[in-house]
Every structure is written in structure tokens, then in C-alpha cells.
Design a protein around this ligand. Sequence first.
Ligand SMILES: [Zn+2]
Length: 124
Amino acid sequence: MTFGSTICRMAADATMQGLRATLEEERDSLRGQLVELGHGAKGLDYDPNFADSSQVTAERGENEALVNKLVEGLRDVEHALEKVGTDTYGVCEDCSRPIAAARLEAKPEARLCIDCAAAANNRR
Ligand SMILES: [Zn+2]
């Protein structure tokens, strides 16, 4: 009995370590993309003197949408990294039910279970 739960506990730790590694990889990749787009640790500060033609403004708009998406993703990943290893990881932030393992595998930074995520999308 005790032996079995130890094995189980070790498997859970291994899963957590794998998840952490995946999330850290994801975080580094998102950070790298942001740096490439000209966003390092500075965040979303734009040089106000940069855009002075409509062409640049249009490009900047596209760029901004992508940057926002990356920043949002990065925020979720960092949030998940804070939770990995605690009891709150893998629990839906909305309904407090466990998030399906398959969903976490596909999207380790998921904050909501599939039902709540669908509901949240519908609300938009
Ligand atoms: Zn939920």
C-alpha cells in the first residue's frame, strides 16, 4: 500500500518535472520571439518617434497584435510555472475541477478546463 503510493508519488513528480521543462522551453521561446520583435525586458514600450508614416503604422499594428499574443501567452506560461508543483496546478481556475490530463499535455499552461475555456471563448 505504502509502496504503491510512493511509486505513484514519484510518477507525479516526474510528470511535474516534465511539465516544468516544457513550460520553461515555451517561456524561453516566447521571450526569444519577443526579443526578435524588439521587445526584451522592456516590455511593450514603443519608441514614440518610430512611426511617422502610415506604412510603418500598418506594420506596427500587425506587429503589435503579434506582440500582444506573445505577451499573453508568456503571461499564461509564467503563471503556470508558478503553479507547477503546487496543488493549484491542473485545477481549473473557474470551476475548480481538475483539468483533463490530455488537455494539459497539449496545453500545459491551460488555466481553465475545456468546458470553462469554451464558455470563456463564447463570452468574447
Ligand atoms: Zn472549469
